[in-house]
Write a protein that binds this ligand. Structure first.
Ligand code: ATP
Ligand code: LTN
Length: 327
């Protein structure tokens, strides 16, 4: 059985990019693997969060994990800050990281914009992510495409430390990416990734959006003037993004969807995509409502933190011993 680990930040409304790129894989993997899914609240404070909002968002993400189909009997679900091992291992890994490699991370460059006042947390963010993964001897990390560089860094750190001590201190993990959901683009600008923080709410579809909001976002999505439904990332990024979303929600191959809509206009295609999306999200919204304020949710997180701590403590003993820390 392989060990799977991944995390989502509690920074706002989870959108269909997060779902199709990451959460959908979480569910697929839970039957055949030992899965550990984290709500990475310590990552979220790399940028200031309003404490009350953060508390709410942590439980929102946990409830969404369960609403999309994660079963706490099969998967371990917990909140990162409840397991001290993440911060402990992060420091050890920080001391094995190079400032050069961290300054080359595209997410750091995008978010810091070269400013002296950029928080140091955005610089060391990928090290904390590597700690999350290595703490659990993870084999597989299901994520969206935007995390490829961070996974590479995590692998480099594991290999570097294993080589230094000439033994397998850490398992070297592999990323896992979806075929049609790995990179969902913004609906209003298909050159940018769909994001929780973009100012235009019509740029994204959140998992808890009402059918009316879903319709508005899809019907106003940016396309092109050619009028044919054809997958072409270079020439037709808007339509290609909608085809990806259609494919990921319906399970149909992109080629089959192209055939289905041969000779049809964008209006008809978009109308059907609204239906496909609304149908896919309705059960998630319903289950979220049932679970969000339940004892089932808080019990699952308590149980998850206990299980995670048990694994984490073992790893930290091994790591401290390897590095000669403690007495
Ligand atoms: P955002 O940029 O949307 O604010 P994020 O990427 O900073 O979110 P998370 O919420 O932690 O941060 O992402 C959770 C998971 O969703 C990650 O595996 C990430 O790769 C994936 N993901 C985020 N955006 C997209 C997207 N547009 N398409 C596919 N996967 C995505
Ligand atoms: N960096 C990720 C969130 C994240 C994560 C992780 C993903 C934090 N720790 C460990 C997978 C494994 C993001 O911003 N999307």
């Amino acid at each position: 059985m392989k060990r799977v680990f991944s995390g989502v930040q509690p920074t706002g409304n989870i959108h269909i990019g997060n779902y199709l790129g990451a959460l959908k894989q979480f569910v697929e993997l839970q039957d055949e693997n030992e899965c550990i899914y984290c709500i990475v609240d310590m990552h979220s404070i790399t940028l200031p969060q309003e404490p009350k909002e953060l508390k709410k968002h942590i439980l929102d993400v946990a409830a969404l994990y369960m609403a999309v189909g994660l079963d706490p009997k099969k998967s371990t679900i917990f909140v990162q800050s409840q397991v001290p091992g993440h911060a402990q291992l992060s420091w050890v890994l920080t001391c094995s990281s190079y400032t050069g490699e961290l300054s080359r991370m595209t997410q750091f460059k995008d978010k810091s914009k070269g400013k002296e006042s950029a928080p140091a947390g955005i610089f060391t963010y990928p090290v904390l992510m590597a700690a999350d993964i290595l703490l659990y001897d993870t084999d597989i990390v299901p994520v969206g495409n935007d995390q490829k560089q961070h996974i590479e860094l995590c692998r480099d750190l594991a290999i570097r430390i294993n080589n230094r001590f000439d033994k397998k201190v850490f398992v070297v993990p592999d990323g896992r990416f979806m075929k049609s959901g790995a990179r969902i683009m913004a609906l209003d600008d298909p050159s940018a990734k769909m994001s929780k923080s973009a100012p235009n709410p019509k740029s994204r579809i959140s998992l808890l959006d009402e059918p009316g909001a879903i319709k508005k976002a899809i019907m106003s999505a940016t396309t092109d003037s050619e009028g044919t439904i054809r997958f072409d990332l270079e020439e037709k990024p808007g339509i290609s993004n909608l085809l990806n979303i259609y494919s990921a929600f319906s399970g149909l191959a992109v080629e089959d969807i192209e055939k289905k809509y041969e000779g049809c206009g964008y209006g008809a295609f978009k109308k059907d995509l609204v239906e496909v999306t609304v149908d896919a999200l309705a059960p998630i919204r319903e289950r979220f409502g049932e679970i969000r304020n339940s004892k089932e949710l808080t019990d699952a997180l308590k149980d998850g933190a206990e299980k995670a701590n048990a694994i984490s403590e073992k790893t930290m003993q091994r790591v401290y011993k390897t590095f000669g820390l403690g007495i």
